[in-house]
Design a binder for this molecule. Sequence first.
Ligand code: SAM
Length: 188
Amino acid sequence: MWDFSSMNTKREPAPWDFMKIVPRYLQASDFVLDIGTGGGEKFLKLSGYFEKGIGIDQSIEMVKVAKEHAERAKITNVTFGQMQAETLDYPSDTFDVILTRHAPVFPSEGVRVLKPNGYFLTQRVAAKHRQNLKDVFGYHPQPKYANDNGTLIEQFESLGCRIVASGEYNIRYWMRDIFSFIFWLLIS
Ligand SMILES: C[S@@+](CC[C@H](N)C(=O)[O-])C[C@H]1O[C@@H](n2cnc3c(N)ncnc32)[C@H](O)[C@@H]1O
């Protein structure tokens, strides 16, 4: 589980808000998949923009939390289940829109279950996130997934997708005490 609430940090404002962009691509009749949904907080906030949604996560604990969040909010058009993003248990051409925020992206599996002309929307933390700190401490964990924007774009294009929009930003981010810094080292 991820809980950043104990970290004492400050960051510059981001130039866009994924949660404000996503509704532009959703229609009232849509069937939507959220991959790596976590506790479903973000996905549930979008539930009013589509007909039916499924949030999946590899963690059974997170799925349980997400179900509790849906129940508490009395949201009935979204369900949650445990599944790996690498092997989605759905037939081809199932979803109108696929979302995945801050979770690993597997382009070919995503595109397989996306309907033709569907939208795949993702926002992720880039590999070079906090690179300056990693350099100082000589800390260079091997990323498990290709997570730079250029590689991801190439992968989607090679699957026949058209990139509607893409962007990346660097913002300054301060950890304001040693506890926050050590916490970050442990979770990175
Ligand atoms: C940082 S959280 C993001 C949660 C949520 N999407 C959000 O934006 O608040 C990443 C989530 O992705 C899930 N995840 C990581 N790898 C996954 C995989 N291969 N398949 C399915 N879920 C995965 C984790 O269990 C975790 O709940």
